[in-house]
Write a protein that binds this ligand. Structure first.
Ligand code: 1CP
Length: 335
């Protein structure tokens, strides 16, 4: 019996659609906050297999989602290559910026396999416990990871976006290094038991078309081709957030099996046979009530004629009441 999420990723249309949420494990859940506190810090949580597995499975136990997404972070790759990374209490990640060839030369791809061994151990533990839910592995796409590596923190990524123009040689080398690292990361997760993988390119929409082609589409194409060569049949979901009119071309050029739709995307603008995932506004989930009911109906209607995986257009916000998530599950599965 093939799992529903994997059937849709192969092009089948299911009614009701399989359902999971980006950031389904996280601070809106009291059980997550408790496990995170017991781990000490966020990196410790990601690197302790039993705890990473526990928080991955918490939302499945509570809501019965159709997929588990590995609990980890896109910034474990730069950390594993040797870049200094901290997650302060209540603030986002902070990295020691890499902005020149010397900084790049200090990073070591060879270290990654050993330093991320606990992540693959977590994947093994989760894979043994998912039942009918599919296990999704993930990585940050090269451009989005580069944003944090160069700027050193979240924000508008002006350093990164300027450097892409000012020093195209450096920037191409950084993207090439991250492309290799991403292939190795995702291959390791698949070998450990991930049944599909998702490439998060949260900041793709910051780039103008020429740079989008070079730093978003081309790396995603290389990553997808390398994974398909080694693991035929393991689907790749691409999520170039805020790609706008470039999304359909991205899907075609990269060879991904599905695209994540951000909240702005109208599925009617995408090829009818393209598998899509999304795209309820996380704020409608936070608001709940009649707005949530109406918007779930709107997303279902807009995707009814095509293979669709129900999800949000971006991650669950930490202020979201868990009861709203329970209600969402009811609404999506209502006949
Ligand atoms: O304090 C905490 O508990 C940390 C908050 C947190 C969480 C729950 C971070 C730090 N990372 C994560 C887990 C995480 N990150 C997952 C787990 C699986 C799930 O979806 O349930 C995933 C897929 C990610 C991916 C990720 N990390 C992205 C891409 C997706 C997205 O949400 O846009 C990005 C941009 C990051 C960087 C990052 N890590 C953490 C934070 C707070 C951020 C964002 C920083 C910023 O504001 O720019």
């Amino acid at each position: 019996m093939t799992k529903p999420l994997l059937r849709v990723l192969r092009g089948e249309r299911l009614d009701p659609p399989p359902l999971w949420l980006m950031r389904q494990a996280g601070r809106y859940l009291p059980e997550y906050r408790a496990t995170r506190a017991s781990a000490g810090g966020f990196l410790e949580l990601c690197l302790t297999p039993a705890l990473a597995a526990e928080v991955t499975l918490q939302p499945l136990q509570r809501f019965g989602f159709d997929a588990a997404i590995l609990f980890s972070d896109i910034l474990l790759l730069p950390w594993a290559m040797g870049q200094n990374l901290t997650y302060g209490e209540g603030e986002g990640p902070r990295l020691a910026p890499v902005r020149d060839a010397a900084g790049l030369a200090a990073l070591r791809l060879e270290r990654v396999a050993e330093r991320t061994a606990p992540v693959r151990e977590a994947v093994r533990l989760i894979a043994a416990a998912t039942g009918d839910a599919a296990l999704i592995g993930f990585a940050g796409a090269p451009f989005t990871v580069a944003c944090y590596m160069v700027d050193g923190r979240g924000g508008d990524f002006l350093e990164t976006r300027t450097l892409a123009w000012r020093d195209p040689g450096f920037f191409a080398d950084l993207i090439a290094l991250l492309t290799e690292g991403t292939i190795a990361t995702l291959a390791g997760q698949i070998e450990a038991g991930a049944e599909a993988v998702m490439l998060f390119d949260t900041w793709a929409g910051l780039l103008p078309p020429s740079l989008f082609a070079a730093h978003v589409t081309a790396p995603a194409q290389r990553i997808t081709a390398a994974l398909h060569a080694r693991f035929p049949g393991v689907p790749v979901i691409g999520f170039p957030r805020l790609a706008g009119a470039s999304l359909a071309a991205y899907a075609r050029a990269t060879g991904v099996q599905a695209v994540g739709m951000d909240t702005q995307t109208d599925p009617a603008t995408l090829p009818a046979d393209l598998v899509v995932q999304g795209n309820l506004d996380p704020l409608a989930l936070l608001a709940g009530g009649a707005a949530l009911e109406r918007e779930v109906g709107a997303v279902r209607a807009a995707t009814a004629a095509r293979p669709h995986i129900f999800n949000l257009g971006h991650g669950v916000l930490k202020e979201t009441p868990p009861e709203h998530v329970a209600r969402l599950v009811e609404l999506v599965r209502r006949r």
